[in-house]
Design a protein around this ligand. Structure first.
Ligand SMILES: Cc1cc2nc3c(=O)[nH]c(=O)nc-3n(C[C@H](O)[C@H](O)[C@H](O)COP(=O)(O)OP(=O)(O)OC[C@H]3O[C@@H](n4cnc5c(N)ncnc54)[C@H](O)[C@@H]3O)c2cc1C
Length: 451
């Protein structure tokens, strides 16, 4: 009889896990609660819906997510395949048309002969072979069951998403197309850049820092003083832009509004700061405000963001918002194979165990899917070496200090240092990437990971 695997959650991690298991001749039941029960952020019934940014990170292998992308492609990743098919121009980043991405992915998963999609909320951890990949917006009933299983309280914090505006509302007599350091696919440049002189920047930051926020009831105080992301105060990767503005007047000019690699796009005086907008769909209709995750009220977003030169008439397709993000303390829950320490039949993947970033989440699904399949077949489980990005990420999830555990995205800092010194930063990154891909492929070949 064909072995069976239940996967809870049809997001990036769950779809990748389902694909990997199905390709290994496991019969997969993929449970997705949407559209019967929606989350606070998803808007459709599509599997693999990208809820915020349409960028899956860098394509360059000398970068954490780019390296992960190359490793995952080697193992027949469905997320990578679909991302390439639905890519939009975004310089060295892998950005996709979110609708094409989700539709194509749903189609591939739904038509796989070994996958059965079941539209149902799961409220209890299954007691047969399973992968939990229910994401940052895990339904409350399942979260309660997870907390009981893990024996510890779920950790939770708030995260923020950036606004999207229409392309035709951007004043292109002020804004200029171009990519940082000229690295782009489109000759005219993949981003739209809005320049600010120092006086405009100062006024903008003052208005941003004092603008009205949405009242978040009991959690408002936590957001002001640090959100509950474990013992650390803020999760820095997705900080609301108004909180950055309040920290110091210069923070944004060194952060998301930094003009480096873009100044030459503008004639005359070099801009003091630059706001970047990234294409969000294949029709060039929608642009995402890069780094503008926010919790301002909608009228305040309109007022303050329209102070940006070129965006005076901006039309908002979607305003920025805050949302809940639930994750478990993974190091005490799973080992590097993403199998739980308590139950051999149970695996976890995705943001629910503190993986951060679209590709990282898909990569954890890939490992959980392969390992759950191997467990079902009686094969040894795979723990990729720390020298490659897949191994480094899983190793962090399994071995980080629980007291300081924070969600983590793929980055070169997770890799062990080289055994020899290379002064040049780019050459050092290239050497790390070469070593990673060698280690990945050697391990995959030696351990028959491809089947
Ligand atoms: C509002 C918001 C904005 C974000 N912005 C970004 C961003 O810009 N860039 C980025 O890299 N990451 C972002 N993230 C994080 C993002 O969620 C992850 O990178 C990625 O989507 C996580 O993949 P996942 O598969 O773990 O979870 P998801 O993609 O969320 O998939 C989990 C799935 O499980 C389903 N589900 C939940 N509970 C149940 C249940 N009990 N039974 C059945 N199904 C269930 C959900 O409906 C969902 O489809 C954001 C998250 C949120 C919530």
């Amino acid at each position: 009889m064909q072995p069976e695997l239940k996967i809870i959650g049809g997001g990036l991690a769950g779809c990748e896990a389902a694909w990997q298991a199905a390709e290994r001749n496991i019969h997969v039941q993929l449970f997705e609660m949407r559209p019967e029960k929606m989350t606070g952020a998803h808007q459709s019934a599509w599997l693999g819906e990208l809820v915020c940014s349409n960028s899956l990170g860098s394509k360059l292998r000398e970068n954490g997510s780019g390296l992960l992308f190359h490793e995952m492609k080697d193992l027949n990743s469905v997320i990578c395949r679909v991302a390439e098919q639905s890519a939009v121009p975004a310089g060295s980043a892998l950005a996709v048309d979110r609708h094409v991405f989700a539709e194509t992915l749903t189609d591939l998963i739904a038509t796989h002969p070994n996958i059965e999609i079941i539209r149902e909320e799961i409220t209890q951890i299954p007691n047969t072979p399973a992968i939990i990949a229910s994401g940052p917006l895990t339904s409350p009933a399942l979260a309660t069951s997870l907390a009981a299983f893990h024996g510890k309280e779920n950790l939770f914090f708030y995260d923020a998403i950036a606004p999207i505006i229409t392309a035709d509302s951007i004043d292109m007599t002020i804004a200029v197309r171009g990519s940082r350091y000229g690295k782009g696919e489109d000759n005219a440049g993949d981003y739209i850049n809005c320049p600010m002189d120092q006086a405009t920047y100062t006024h903008f930051v003052e208005q941003l820092a004092t603008a009205e926020q949405i009242h978040l009831k009991s959690f408002e105080h936590e957001i002001e003083n640090g959100v509950n992301a474990g013992p650390a105060k803020f999760f820095e990767g997705c900080l609301p832009i108004e909180i950055m503005a309040r920290r110091d007047a210069a923070t944004l000019a060194y952060g998301p509004l930094r003009p480096v690699g873009l100044r030459k796009l503008f004639k005359g005086d070099a801009p003091f700061a630059i706001v970047q907008l990234r294409q969000d769909d294949l029709t060039h209709h929608a642009y995402n405000m890069v780094g503008f995750q926010t919790n301002l009220t909608y009228p305040e977003q309109k007022r303050v963001f329209r102070l940006i030169p070129g965006l005076e008439q901006a039309k908002f397709i979607r305003y920025g918002q805050m949302h809940r993000n639930t994750f478990l303390c993974a190091p005490s829950l799973v080992n590097q194979t993403l199998q739980t320490k308590k139950a051999a039949w149970l695996f976890f993947a995705g943001q629910i165990i503190g993986v951060e970033g679209y590709l990282g989440n898909a990569a954890s699904g890939l490992i959980a899917g392969i390992n759950a399949s191997r467990q079902l077949k009686g094969d040894s489980l795979l723990a990729f070496p720390r020298e490659c990005m897949t191994g480094a990420l899983c190793s962090y999830i399994a071995n980080a200090d629980c007291e300081t555990f924070q969600p983590m995205k793929a980055n070169l800092g997770l890799l062990p240092p080289l055994q020899f010194r290379i002064r040049d930063k780019q050459e050092r990154k290239a050497a790390l990437a070469n070593r990673a891909l060698r280690a990945f492929r050697n391990y995959a070949t030696m351990n028959n990971a491809y089947h």
